[in-house]
Every structure is written in structure tokens, then in C-alpha cells.
Design a protein around this ligand. Structure first.
Ligand code: UDX
Length: 457
């Protein structure tokens, strides 16, 4: 093992759990997080068994097929299956004997906004009969603060000598493999004392490669680890809503929010990343996490501390209203009966995920207002069709643009950025483009004859 944080141990103890590669790992839950984590652990040389209750998902993964679009995942999956280092099963009994059990099930938004812990609780309950002393249960799911302590007590009561720790992930869709194999940092939430030291040693073995390369590793207590994850997402959501609030002001004041972001982003304390104004955030994490965080703060009696997240959410949702209103405005008041090209359905590029996608929401709302919507996305048509089968999905940018009276760019795919505006002008019936992600070359589109409307500029 290399120098650096991998060698530091809390309390200075040497820690007794020293595995050699491969560590025997189980991953419980094969959704976005779990499937990527399992394949990445096998890629690192570990011996992995991955479990899910959905037989269809397990069948596809076992056949080397990624159940969702994620760059790099099919390759590492195939490699892992070929090397025999990974197997997929619906039988929880097969996790017996793993040294480290990762919990990677979903925590969706429940009816009140709070996180629904059904899957986490079910995973722990079904794991316990197969867990042995000396093994570690490692939570990766995003959970309300306090959950880990409750589960830790449940685990050590059922299986004395087994230890539950929390090790949140920070993976971004589209970069999930890279973020899992070489993350920005590791956070280990562990109990005090010897159990905690042994857990740190075990996770250090799992992540030996990245630690040797100098990836920072922070050892904290359980509630801190849970909060690190959710507060990171709350901060990112706040940063995006901040710049979108500036977009609202820029629009009425005649300023350009893109130039504003560039200028304030040069201040290293602010930074330019996550200051892209547009349609705001969607996806499987940020929207549900800010709501779950608020709900948890309310339960803990400190709701006021996170009251601002209601504004963050409201600013974010207003961006969608704004684009729907803009579409009506540029079409002279109403969209009914008008042909609208929608470019982009995924919540962000390089993903086929349409969960809480601003793009798909806008497309569906325009259809609801009577527009004839031709929707195209390089990867997300199939996932979008499952949620909104009533939209008219087309197979290419050109098919979407043909005879359009309005073009809406709602996800900043490279394919849209690179599309030739002159070719677009020749296809549409009316050259008006609303750039919902400020991703087009405004001058080039204007030069091609388009009326260009950006976000906050
Ligand atoms: C996020 C976090 O980044 C990740 O660390 C966490 O583990 C899970 O949630 P992800 O949901 O994959 O990851 O997407 P992210 O890249 O963060 O983008 C979230 C949303 O914000 C997207 O809809 C994106 O379009 C939007 N966004 C992002 C903006 O509107 N402006 C920006 O400047 C950045």
C-alpha cells in the first residue's frame, strides 16, 4: 500500500482485519448504485456476489447487459463476468461468507417527502440470517440521519461481532464507474473503538488501489457520514438554484447570467462548476434528497435550519414553468396545435434517466396544452416512453426539427450542441429556438436566421 491517508488509522491502533486481495464482497441491491458498485469492485479484483429481488434485472446483469445506459458499465461488466469475479443472484443466502456486505438499495421519496426506508429495512432483515461475526455491513444508500445508528444496533443485536458502518457514495450518473473506482474522497462512518478500527481496515483493503493513489479518506462517526452525503447534495442543489435565481433577475434586468457565472466563478471560493443556469436539476438524487433532508430536519425539531431548501426547490421548479410560458409567448400566446421539436428528454446528458427530468416534464406539459410534440433524445426515448407513451417520439434530430414551429433544447447532449444551425434552419417551419440549457452557440444560431432565446440572457 502506498503512502498517504491509507496508512493513517483512527486511534493509532494497527487494526486487526487485514485482508489480501480479493476481498469477498456482497452487494445488496442492483439498481444504479449497486450494479455500478458491484461491477467496479470486481474490476478492482475483488470477488463479488450481487443480489437483487428482481429476477429480470439479475438475468440481464448475469448476461452482461447493463439495465440502464451508463458509459463504461457494459465493458467492466463483461470483463468481470469473463474473469469469474462476479455473480448475480436473487438468493440472499449466497452472500454468506462475504467479508464486506454493501447495502446499495434505493431510498425513494415517500408520500410526505421523507425518504422511504422500506428497501433498506428489508435488505438488512433479509441479510441478518446469513451474516456472521467479524463481517461488516456497509451502508451506501442515502438515508435520513439517525438511520445508521438504528441499523447498527439491529445488526449487533442479531449477530454479535458483526459491525454496521456507513460509507456514502457520491457518484454522478454518466461518470458512475469513474466516480466509484477513483472518487474525490472516501467517507467512512464508523463506531468508536475496536469495531470501528477493524471496519476502517476492512474498507481500506476494499479501496486499497484508490487510497494508494492518494484519494483522501475521512473517518467520521455514523451521523456525520450520513449527513456528509445529504448535505453535499443539498449544497449542489442550492448552488444550481442560486444561479437560476440570478437567471430570473438577469432576464428582467437585461443581464447575461452566463457571463455573470463566468465572472463570479473566477473567485476560487465560488468556483464555476454547477453554476450553469437553465432548467435546473432533476434526476434520482437531488430533488428527492432536498425534500427528504427537510423532512428529517423537521422530525429532529430543526426544520428552520433547512427552511431555505423549500426556496431551492421552488426556484428549481419555476424554471420549468418559465420555459412553458416562453414557448407560449414565442408562439404568440398559445401552443395548441403547433408543432414543437423537443430535443432532450433525459435529466442530463450521457444518461437515459428521466426520473424527475425537467425536459420530459416540459415535453409532457406542452402536450397537455395541445401542442404537437416531436421528441428526440439520443438515449432516453425508451425510458421516456414508459412514463409518457402519449408523446410523439422520433428517431433523429432532423426528424424532430422537420416542420417545427418552435425548437426547444432541453438536455445539453453533445449531438445538439454540434448540430449545424444552417441545416436546422432548412428543416424547421419557423426558426425560433429556446435554449433551455444555454448550450448552443448563440451567434451561430442567430447567424443561421434563428430567433434565439436562452435562459437568463
Ligand atoms: C448527483 C450528485 O452530483 C452526486 O454526487 C450524487 O451522488 C447523486 O446526485 P446526478 O444526479 O448524477 O448526481 O447528477 P448531477 O450531475 O449532479 O446533475 C444533477 C442535475 O443538476 C441535472 O439535472 C443537471 O442538468 C443539473 N445541473 C447541474 C444544472 O442544472 N446546472 C449545473 O450547473 C449542474
Amino acid at each position: 500500500m502506498g503512502r498517504g491517508p491509507a496508512l493513517t488509522r483512527r486511534g493509532g491502533s494497527s487494526g486487526r482485519t487485514r485482508y489480501r486481495l480479493p476481498v469477498r464482497i456482497s452487494v445488496i441491491g442492483c439498481g444504479y448504485l449497486g450494479a455500478v458498485h458491484a461491477a467496479s469492485m470486481a474490476k478492482l479484483g475483488h470477488d463479488v456476489v450481487a443480489v437483487d429481488v428482481d429476477p429480470g434485472k439479475i438475468e440481464r446483469l448475469a448476461a452482461g447487459e447493463a439495465p440502464f445506459f451508463e458509459p463504461g458499465l457494459p465493458e467492466i461488466l463483461t470483463e468481470a463476468l469473463g474473469s469469474g469475479r462476479i455473480r448475480f443472484t436473487t438468493d440472499m443466502a449466497e452472500v454468506a461468507g462475504a467479508q464486506v456486505h454493501f447495502l446499495a438499495v434505493g431510498t425513494p421519496q415517500g408520500p410526505t417527502g421523507a425518504a422511504d426506508l422500506t428497501y433498506v429495512d428489508a435488505a438488512v432483515t433479509s441479510l441478518l440470517p446469513h451474516l456472521s461475526a467479524g463481517e461488516f455491513v456497509v451502508g451506501k444508500s442515502t438515508v435520513p440521519v439517525g438511520t445508521a445508528a438504528r441499523l447498527a444496533a439491529q445488526v449487533s443485536e442479531a449477530v454479535p461481532g458483526a459491525t454496521l458502518v456507513w460509507n456514502p457514495e457520491f457518484l454522478r450518473e454518466g461518470f458512475a464507474v469513474q466516480d466509484t473506482i477513483s472518487p474525490d474522497r472516501f467517507v467512512y462512518g464508523v463506531p468508536d473503538g475496536e469495531d470501528g478500527e477493524r471496519a476502517v481496515a476492512a474498507l481500506d483493503e476494499v479501496y486499497a488501489e484508490a487510497l494508494a493513489a492518494g484519494t483522501p479518506r475521512l473517518v467520521v462517526n455514523l451521523p456525520t457520514a450520513e449527513l456528509v452525503k445529504i448535505s453535499a447534495n443539498a449544497f449542489l442543489a442550492t448552488k444550481i438554484s442560486f444561479i437560476n435565481a440570478m437567471a430570473e433577475i438577469s432576464e428582467v434586468a437585461g443581464a447575461d447570467v452566463t457571463a455573470l457565472a463566468d465572472a463570479i466563478g473566477h473567485d476560487a471560493r465560488i468556483g464555476r462548476k454547477f453554476l450553469n443556469a437553465g432548467l435546473g436539476f432533476g434526476g434520482g438524487c437531488l430533488p428527492k434528497d432536498i425534500r427528504a433532508f427537510q423532512a428529517r430536519a423537521d422530525e429532529l425539531g430543526v426544520g428552520e435550519s433547512l427552511a431555505f431548501l423549500a426556496d431551492v426547490d421552488a426556484i428549481n421548479l419555476r424554471r420549468r414553468d418559465h420555459v412553458v410560458e416562453l414557448a407560449q409567448e414565442v408562439l404568440g400566446g398559445a401552443v395548441a396545435g403547433r408543432r414543437v421539436a423537443v430535443l432532450g428528454l433525459a435529466f442530463k446528458p450521457n444518461s437515459d434517466d428521466v426520473r424527475d427530468s425537467p425536459a420530459l416534464d416540459i415535453a409532457a406539459r406542452l402536450l397537455g396544452l395541445g401542442a404537437s410534440v416531436a421528441a428526440y433524445d439520443p438515449e432516453a426515448v425508451a425510458t421516456a416512453r414508459r412514463v409518457h407513451p402519449e408523446l410523439d417520439y422520433v428517431e433523429s434530430v432532423a426528424d424532430a426539427l422537420r416542420d417545427a414551429e418552435l425548437v426547444l433544447v432541453l438536455t445539453e447532449w453533445e449531438e445538439f450542441r454540434r448540430f449545424d444551425p444552417a441545416e436546422a434552419a432548412a428543416l424547421v417551419a419557423n426558426p425560433v429556438v429556446v435554449d433551455g440549457r444555454n448550450c448552443l452557440d448563440r451567434d451561430a444560431w442567430t447567424a443561421a436566421g434563428f430567433t434565439y432565446r436562452g435562459m437568463g440572457r
